[in-house]
Design a binder for this molecule. Structure first.
Ligand code: NAD
Length: 474
């Protein structure tokens, strides 16, 4: 439920305007940064069955900012898709790319369908026709606008988009870079599927490493033993849970999904829960858990970290007063409305904003795009070279010291980095560097009262610097 006073895009603009006075930029430049540059609204026909009538599909692609090219952002399949939502999501992409340091402008796409109602063959027709429309209007291409998965879409749809694009643009050398989030065997990159959830974990781990910051929220440093509640067990929510447990020692005590919400103070095994849901179609009834009264109730549990990973406006003026989490990590885009945020900040909650905490997906999408343009695999050229160098070094040290080493120790010290190692290393570096940028911005100005405003200031200043250095044409 959205709050009465703001649409989703209005909410993003309100947050932008809260930050604008601390950027030192002129009103005209701020307006240019804030507005959506190009909006494509489509109605196209699809014949879903050989003997059936046509269905007219409503869809959008919005390029919020062309200050860097290509523009980048996911495609969402949902019945809630509308122009305002796509504009809001596209603008968040611009700020996200600036915060995380990838050289793209922001964009977003949306197709107003309930993906669950269609067969895979019908979804393929819709996806291919949508792509053909984007090609016709010049709204897709490796140097123009590069979509990715979002709510309701995944690698399968991205492969259809790439194939359609490459069929229509036959012979375009860099064509595979027209979309990211593709299956690994279809010009994708390892580590993209879990990238957003992994980024959420890296961002949380970074935020929770500062003692003086954590003290303000009544928390000790470190993720180990901290409690977490997750809303949404899709791509982002499930990987956030799996990685937070496995690598951070976090205990996930509550999960909220479309069909209901569950609680176990001793911690829920997310891998087993996902298996259970695959078989039963629901999280409700998962052994060892208590079923709560409704689908949002888990979000109101007493916990250290709440991860909304479903959709926007989930924490709003109606339920904000009942949220007890000390930290909210916005894995979804726009899950906290501006009015809810005021209530939560007053209560002393740390909100780690979407434009930072869920930027892992676009970061690894950037690596995938680079891979497509280079027509090579990361690590391919240097892996063996590095390994043999380290082996020679180890041999020399063992010879000089007269000591021995187990095969496992040797493997640990001498293996060269492969694509997954490099993707994870690059993602971790991006999340840590961006966090420092936001934190330094926040600490440098005592007028900035919350992390979202700090992230906006950090992003807007970077985009403003781009405009100022390149000039305005003509
Ligand atoms: P997804 O479709 O894989 O999963 C979303 C999940 O949320 C589904 O399991 C769905 O059943 C659940 N859900 C929907 N409504 C709900 C409700 N009212 N209560 C509880 N659960 C509900 O989508 P995703 O890709 O994981 O995206 C989730 C959010 O993360 C979106 O806001 C998206 O924009 C954002 N995001 C995604 C990526 C990415 O790489 N996929 C990157 C950045 C941000």
């Amino acid at each position: 439920m959205a709050d009465k006073h703001y649409s989703f895009f209005d909410g993003v603009v309100k947050n932008f305007e809260k930050a604008a006075p601390y950027t030192g930029l002129t009103p005209g430049l701020l307006q240019q940064i804030k507005e959506c540059n190009s909006i494509l609204a489509l109605k196209f026909p699809v014949r879903l069955n050989d003997d059936g009538d046509v269905e007219v599909i409503e869809a959008y692609r919005v390029q919020h900012s062309n200050h860097r090219m290509p523009t980048k952002g996911g495609i969402r399949y949902s019945m809630d898709v509308n122009q305002d939502e796509v504009m809001a999501l596209a603008s968040l992409m611009t700020y996200k790319c600036a915060v995380i340091g990838v050289p793209f402008g922001g964009a977003k796409g949306g197709v107003k369908i309930d993906a669950k109602k269609y067969t895979p063959a019908q979804l393929e027709r819709i996806t291919r026709r949508y792509t053909a429309e984007l090609v016709r209007k010049n709204f897709i291409g490796p140097g123009i606008d590069v979509p990715a998965p979002d709510y309701g879409t995944g690698p399968r749809e991205m492969a259809w988009i790439m194939d359609t694009y490459m069929t229509l643009k036959h012979g375009e050398l860099d064509g595979a870079g027209c979309v990211t989030g593709k299956p690994v065997e279809q010009n994708g990159i390892v580590g993209r599927a879990d990238a957003t959830g992994r980024g959420v974990f890296y961002g949380l781990r970074e935020a929770m490493s500062y003692e003086e910051d954590m003290k303000k929220y009544g928390l000790t440093t470190g993720t180990k033993g901290k409690t977490m509640v997750i809303q949404g067990m899709g791509n982002v929510g499930s990987y956030t849970g799996l990685i937070s447990i496995a690598e951070g020692g976090i205990k996930v005590i509550g999960v909220a999904e479309y069909e209901g919400s569950i609680h176990d103070p001793n911690g829920i095994d997310i891998a087993a829960l996902l298996e259970f849901r695959k078989i039963t179609g629901s999280i409700v009834g998962f052994p060892g858990t208590t079923t709560l009264e409704n689908r949002t109730a888990a979000m109101e549990l007493d916990c250290d970290i709440l991860v909304p990973a479903a959709l926007e406006n989930q924490i709003n003026i109606e339920n904000a007063g009942r949220i007890k989490a000390k930290i909210i990590a916005e894995a979804a885009n726009g899950p906290v409305t501006p009015e809810a945020e005021e209530i939560l900040l007053k209560r002393g909650c740390l909100i780690i904003p979407d434009m930072y905490i869920n930027a892992g997906g676009v970061t690894v999408s950037y690596f995938e795009w680079l891979k497509n343009l280079s027509h090579s695999t990361f690590g391919h050229l240097e892996k063996r070279f590095t390994s043999s160098r380290y082996n020679n070094l180890v041999d020399l040290i063992l010879q000089m010291t007269g000591k021995e080493m187990t095969p496992a120790q040797r493997e640990f010290l001498t293996s060269g980095a492969d694509e997954l190692d490099l993707v994870r290393s690059g993602l971790e570096e991006s999340m840590i560097t961006a966090y420092k940028g936001i934190r330094d911005t926040w600490q440098a100005d005592s007028n900035i009262k919350d992390m979202r405003t700090a992230a906006f200031v950090y992003a807007i200043k970077k985009i403003g610097a781009d405009y100022l250095s390149m000039g305005i044409w003509p």
